[in-house]
Write a protein that binds this ligand. Structure first.
Ligand code: HEM
Length: 418
């Protein structure tokens, strides 16, 4: 299995003097790590969409940011001009330093297909079904621990949302749940701190790869329990060949990065929403059958993931000329608020009938774990509301948000009204 089709020798850059045919209007610069943007990016998305729908900044090594659904979808579906060789929103571009290799997300067609097909059974309905009671138990343990602690305060992110997906992924992959704290630490150092501090990222990434290498060797010598993902990969074949160890490590690494922070951010944003929109919370408590459609709406409103692509050939998007080697963001949260695509996009409608949001991506890389994530969110909200039907933000404490590749609240301090 080869891991990249991208040819860095083809790259050029805007610094070499390639002009855009349509100059950007003034004052449209953006910084995806700016504290105001991280807290609430939606006014910026709306402003850019109206004034400069394909904006460019020199921040973070240069980034293009389309904000219309159609442009984001066209780029996500066009692997000929936009490579996934790196999907990070910051960090080295091809030719600038080592790139994170994580199949299938960093593979372009035709190499992407076989790895995706290899993983499809690992995320099928049977797996989600197997993980449902496990997820319910995890959620119930977490709310019980909060209730047993007594008092009227809890942090929906720190005490709840940040634990559930890590424990579920441990069950999926085949790692003891006692490893939760180590996994969380790796995710935070790689995705949060590592986004702006590359040396933190590379140390944590090395540790995680070494850990997975050990786990693979252990599962090889003792292939039980039989239904976890590491055992599945150890026994799987691609084109009649066993999966190489380094590729298994890459796949496991991606699953951890893709499946934890995204889901805990979505769950944290959902509970933040219910704390700040009592009418939606009360309706869900009274009509729990609405939880699945509410989950879709909360996923649309607070899509956590922004991915990136690297331009491989000169290409025009909405009148702007993009050059080989440049980085383009795919801000799915912006696509989800496009009024050309959604009726009343800024408004929460928890029983929205048509909701073709882009939260799980668009095109060949569309999220493999979307059904698992939906199940986790439904269970996470149901069990929370059963235990704590009434709650609001604690005005004496601050809601904290983190952003970049994955946006969500890192702290949602609440008053539980019993
Ligand atoms: C709310 C939770 C989640 C969100 C918002 C989310 C979002 C996304 C997005 C936007 C992509 C597209 C990447 C791209 O276009 O470059 C993606 C891909 C992917 N996701 Fe998720 N994800 C979530 C949960 C999960 C979970 C729980 C798992 C697995 C444990 C997972 C595994 C993957 C994998 C393997 C890919 C790569 C698919 C491919 O390249 O073919 N995701 N996800």
């Amino acid at each position: 299995m080869v891991v990249t089709t991208f040819d860095p020798s083809k790259t050029s850059s805007r610094a070499e003097g390639v002009a855009s045919p349509q100059p950007a209007p003034d004052n449209v610069d953006f910084d995806i790590f700016d504290a105001d943007f991280v807290r609430d990016p939606f006014p910026t998305f709306a402003d850019l969409r109206a004034r400069c729908p394909v904006a460019h900044t020199d921040n973070w090594g240069g980034q293009w940011m389309p904000t219309r659904y159609d442009d984001i979808e066209a780029i996500a579906r066009d692997a000929d001009h936009f490579s996934s060789v790196t999907v990070s929103v910051t960090g080295p571009k091809p030719g600038e330093g080592p790139l994170f290799i994580g199949p299938p997300v960093t593979l372009d067609p035709p190499l992407h297909g076989p790895v995706r097909r290899l993983l499809l059974p690992a995320f099928g309905p049977k797996v989600v079904e197997r993980l449902l009671p496990i997820t319910q138990d995890i959620a119930r343990d977490l709310v019980r621990a909060i209730a047993d602690r007594g008092g009227d305060k809890a942090d929906a992110a720190v005490d709840y949302a940040q634990h559930l997906p890590v424990r579920v992924i441990c069950g999926l992959i085949g790692i003891p749940v006692e490893e939760e704290a180590r996994f969380t630490d790796w995710v935070v150092r790689i995705l949060k701190i590592g986004a702006t501090q590359p040396e933190v990222l590379s140390t944590a990434a090395r540790e995680l790869r070494e850990y997975f290498a050990e786990q693979i060797d252990q599962h090889r010598s003792d292939p039980s329990p039989p239904d976890d993902l590491i055992t599945y990969l150890v026994n799987a074949e691609v084109d009649g060949e066993p999966v190489e160890r380094k590729h298994m490590i890459g796949i496991l690494y991606v699953l951890l990065m893709a499946g934890i922070d995204t889901t805990w951010s979505s769950l944290g944003s959902s509970l933040w929403h219910l704390a700040t929109h009592p009418e939606d919370r009360e309706r869900l408590v009274a009509e729990p059958e609405l939880v699945p459609t509410a989950v879709e709406e909360l996923l649309r409103l607070y899509a956590p993931a922004t991915m990136a692509r690297i331009v491989t050939e000169d290409v025009e998007v909405d009148g702007r000329q993009l050059c080989p080697g440049e980085r383009v963001l795919l801000p799915f949260p912006a696509a989800n608020r496009d009024p050309a695509y959604f009726d009343r996009p800024e408004e929460p409608v928890i029983d929205r009938a048509v909701n073709r949001h882009a939260t799980f991506g668009l095109g060949v890389h569309r999220c493999l774990g979307s059904n698992l994530a939906r199940m986790e969110l439904q269970v996470g909200i149901e069990e929370w509301l059963k235990a704590f039907p009434s709650f609001r933000l604690d005005d004496d404490a601050e809601v904290l948000w983190t952003g970049g590749q994955v946006r969500g609240p890192s702290s949602v301090p609440l008053i539980l009204e019993r």
